[in-house]
Design a protein around this ligand. Structure first.
Ligand SMILES: C[S@@+](CC[C@H](N)C(=O)[O-])C[C@H]1O[C@@H](n2cnc3c(N)ncnc32)[C@H](O)[C@@H]1O
Length: 207
């Protein structure tokens, strides 16, 4: 595999030295888009938040700043992501506000009806079957809980479609495709927003 393909493929499941570089790059490189996504969330009191495909861990840290009374869980199937996110958030973990665990979103080892909010930033491109994974998210959310997806690709932008061809197992989705899979997985209300000048999308669904 060429170095470029090997490096960009680290977005799917970071491993080794290149994966570490990618995770650090994602924490800073995704910050603006993630903050735009976070601006869609109301400032209400939340008790429990789970970030799925947490990567380098910046976003669960920001969520716990936005919701200071909440406790968080972050999940990623990459051992290196779990390690990097744990180092990044060591103070929150020491304070008992955050647990970071290795796991696959298709079969979450998390209890039913537990979370007020689940988030997925830049990760559903790699999930094995949207509907199956979204049904897992619905299972762990409380009734009335929210699931927010934030992607820097709206499923039609040429830049991301180029990466889709390079990275094995990557698939870009439109907001309509995501909304359809959320409804099929049992979510009741689904709303989406497109950034005014970038191909960024946020899809917010209520269980
Ligand atoms: C492009 S990174 C995004 C990381 C982070 N959410 C961010 O916005 O910076 C995608 C992450 O999703 C994780 N991931 C992909 N598929 C997954 C799955 N099926 N279960 C759990 N994690 C997954 C990868 O290991 C990787 O850390």
């Amino acid at each position: 595999m060429g170095l470029f393909k090997n490096y960009v493929s680290q977005t799917r499941k970071p491993e080794g030295k290149l994966g570490k570089m990618m995770l650090n790059g994602m924490n800073s490189g995704h910050a603006k888009m993630a903050d735009w996504g976070l601006s869609h969330l109301k400032t209400v009191a939340l008790e429990t938040i789970v970030d799925l495909g947490c990567g380098g861990g910046r976003n669960i840290g920001e969520l716990l700043k936005k919701y200071p009374a909440a406790k968080g869980t972050a999940i990623d199937y990459s051992e290196l992501s779990v390690k990097t996110a744990s180092e990044y958030n060591k103070d929150l973990i020491a304070a008992g506000r955050l647990a970071i665990k290795q796991g696959n979103v298709s079969t979450l080892e998390l209890p039913d009806n537990t979370y007020d909010l689940a988030t997925a930033f830049e990760t559903i491109y790699f999930w094995p079957g949207l509907e199956t994974c979204f049904a897992e998210v619905a299972r762990i959310l409380k009734s009335g809980g929210y699931f927010m997806i934030v992607n820097e690709s709206d499923g039609t932008d040429p830049g991301s479609l180029k990466f889709e061809k390079i990275i094995d197992g990557m698939r870009c989705y439109t907001a309509e495709q995501i909304s359809g899979a959320l409804k099929a997985a049992g979510f009741s209300k689904v709303k989406s927003d497109h950034h005014s000048s970038k191909p960024w999308i946020t899809v917010l669904a209520k269980k």
